[in-house]
Design a protein around this ligand. Structure first.
Ligand SMILES: NC(=O)c1ccc[n+]([C@@H]2O[C@H](COP(=O)([O-])OP(=O)(O)OC[C@H]3O[C@@H](n4cnc5c(N)ncnc54)[C@H](O)[C@@H]3O)[C@@H](O)[C@H]2O)c1
Length: 308
């Protein structure tokens, strides 16, 4: 198995995508530190891994603080003797438009996703550098972090911030042989269950039926298991040369995202005054303005569901 002898931490792995990552890493031979805020789901996750012959231990603690980050790394080392892989998956949503978003909505989402990714990766990096055998940091982004989504100021900030940190970590951790990447998943989970556009797919998944091809292929929307293979691949020795990347996966689709590059570069001796911009901006830049938001194809009629 590709991850024999390796030790992984997966945050927020009691259910949903995190659970699928933990199970797949264990299937590939890794011992796994499962983490969640909910003790019962964490215990079930551990039991599901042990039930198929894998090794797992639970840490029930909220990701965000340095204290939890230390507890996660300490548990990996105390229980299994080392750490090789960290997957920062824990997440929550507090969606609402900007003008209705409270400080608490903002801080909660930033605290779990952005701060939680920072504190756990920092702790893992300290240990992996000391251990001296390289390692794998796999963070979790979102299409929202790449393109922005109406009603998700907090989540967009957190997920875009995670990609920004990974671009930095890929440089900082390179010498130590530690890769850092972002996986951008799309899957039917509790988090997407309430999005009306995905209703027919979530319905099929809940009934144990195959998801319609429109979702799997055109939208790249599938099950949590569809995402887990990429996480295990990035964790493996086979992906030693892959770092600093944002890779999307869902259903039947795999995508490598570009990082931002200037699309127009222009020079003017003496700099760009207001008058110069008024003259030249519309032709120089105005014709290359960038789009925002995800582009969703129209739902075929048979897959439309009434809004709840
Ligand atoms: N489902 C999707 O299509 C999708 C798309 C893009 C990104 N994501 C990201 O994938 C990750 C997992 O999402 P999901 O869809 O499986 O959601 P989910 O709600 O099903 O699972 C999230 C898990 O994280 C746990 N959690 C929440 N706060 C925590 C904390 N502070 N500490 C530890 N655990 C905590 C929850 O209890 C839950 O078990 C999230 O980072 C999410 O933003 C999901």
């Amino acid at each position: 198995m590709s991850l024999d002898g390796k030790v992984a931490i997966v945050t927020g792995s009691g259910r949903g995508l995190g659970l699928a990552y933990a199970q797949e890493l264990a299937r590939q031979g890794a011992s796994v530190v499962v983490n969640d805020v909910d003790a019962a789901t964490a215990a079930e996750a551990v039991a599901s891994i042990e039930g198929t012959g894998g090794k797992a231990v639970a840490v029930v603690a909220p990701v965000g603080s340095t204290e939890t980050a230390k507890q996660l790394v300490r548990t990996a080392v105390d229980t299994y003797g080392r750490l090789d892989i960290l997957v920062t998956n824990a997440g929550v949503l507090r969606d609402t438009v900007l003008w209705k978003m409270s400080d608490d909505d903002f801080d909660t989402v930033i605290g779990v996703h952005l701060r939680g990714t920072f504190t756990t990766v920092r702790e893992a990096a300290i240990h992996l550098r000391e251990q001296g055998e390289g390692g794998r940091i796999i963070t979790i982004g979102s299409p929202t972090g790449q393109r922005g989504t109406f009603g998700q100021t907090n989540y967009a900030a957190a997920k875009a911030g995670i990609v920004g940190m990974v671009r930095t970590w890929a440089q900082e951790l390179k010498k130590a042989g530690i890769t850092a990447n972002v996986v951008i998943p799309v899957a039917a989970t509790a988090m997407t269950a309430t999005v009306p556009y995905f209703a027919a797919a979530v319905e099929a998944d809940a009934a144990g039926e195959p998801m319609p091809a429109f979702f799997r292929h055109d939208l790249g929307f599938g099950t949590s298991d569809d995402v887990a293979g990429l996480v295990a691949y990035l964790a493996s020795d086979a992906a030693a040369g892959v770092t600093g990347q944002a890779i999307g996966v869902g259903g039947d689709r795999l995508q490598l995202w570009s990082h931002p590059e200037p699309v127009v570069t222009a020079y003017r001796d003496g700099g760009w005054t207001y008058d110069a911009l008024e003259d030249e901006f519309p032709t120089l830049v105005g014709e290359s303005l960038q789009s925002v938001g995800e582009r969703f194809p129209a739902l075929p009629e048979e897959l439309q569901r009434p809004r709840p």
